[in-house]
Design a protein around this ligand. Sequence first.
Ligand code: FAD
Length: 401
Amino acid sequence: MTTDSIKTDIVIVGGGIAGLWLANRLQQQGYNCLILEKGSLGGGQTVKSQGIIHGGTKYTLTGTLTKSAEAISQMPSRWRQCLAGEGEIDLTSVKVLSQHHYMWSTQGLGSKLTTFFASKALRGRVNKLSKKEYPTVFQNPAFKGDLYQLDEVVLDVPTVIQALVKPVQQSTVQLTDNAQIDWQVNEQGTLNKFIINDQNHQLAISAQHFVLTAGEGTQDILNQLNFSTPQMQLRPLHMAMIKHPHPHPIYAHCIGAQALPKMTITSHPTPDGQWVWYLGGAIAENGLDKSTEEQIATAKQQIQQLLPWVDFSQAQWATFRVNRAEPKQSSLARPDAAYCQTQNNVSVCWPTKLALAPDLADQIVEQLKTLSIQPNTTPAVLPDWLNSPTVSAPFWQEYFD
Ligand code: FAD
């Protein structure tokens, strides 16, 4: 048995968008960080997300501008600055799938929505398009309804993950399936260190501060730490996917009479030049009790009704299940903003949206200032039995020929 011990400034547990964005920010400020990941970097909810950098428009559909819409409204411009190389993180290598997400209404809702979107709260963030401005996929005489352009960019998430991993890769640590973690919390609830026991090796890691960004895995860690709060809630989804040769991608919410979009469709490229369309929104939330076959049948029926001019005769269909991990709410309502709660030297975080990763990192940076935590370690030399995790690949490709 070999035993090592190292010290770093900040330990981040979980290398999804939250952990990776934060590690980049902290590294720029001179902190030494370690990011522990038990799967692949970005391979949790992050790579399965639709890549929409929400500005909150979707959350205004109840007719009032909610707190959630306020918190998120700054995010599109923060991300756009990063994409242009002028922001807090260099995202110039990220592939932009669409400069805008769109929203269309089924007939009957059009005039109500137009009045609402023209309201002061949303002016400049939602533009109603004339027919000649429609993205190609909607330029068909069979399209009926109104189309709005949102100030929300859509990103190819695997390239976001790559861009965020590159500057911090040296600080990433793979936790293998064999690794047992022994968290050493003192009576006051301060986490002194933790020990990774991995077959013939043992490594004790101490840090000034610990940040839990393990998504769905965070509740287990809280249980191991004996922290009764915060608690996590899961919002399960049953997403449908279609791979097909239709040449035009689509990035849009279809709005029905409810606050939740009837369907949110995004398009993701495949190496053979086709697209995989992801179907989220109400169809994914309402499809939990459906088998794969039943969910595919629902997806076929709904999408053909919404986009009757698109030929799906060559399409391959698939579904996948995934949970959104969020702080527990009194109801299963959507949380309002990125969430961070600090107890002693442990911050527990759920960004609740990919788009809100910058907001979450701001909260931690502020927290470290409040706690007077300054960079004060030298870069840790990791024992050579530890490896770096792999970087998540576009996961939708596994499902299709
Ligand atoms: P995750 O990405 O889940 O990362 C957590 C990481 O921690 C994982 O890599 C996991 O392997 C690791 N981990 C878990 N347990 C441990 C442990 N014990 N030790 C070490 N590592 C551990 N948001 C948007 O803004 N726009 C969208 O378009 C959008 N679409 C979405 C579509 C879907 C289908 C889903 C599910 C979510 C979507 N979201 C979207 C939400 C967004 O994806 C999540 O809020 C965000 O990715 C959460 O990031 P995270 O880093 O907290 O979690």
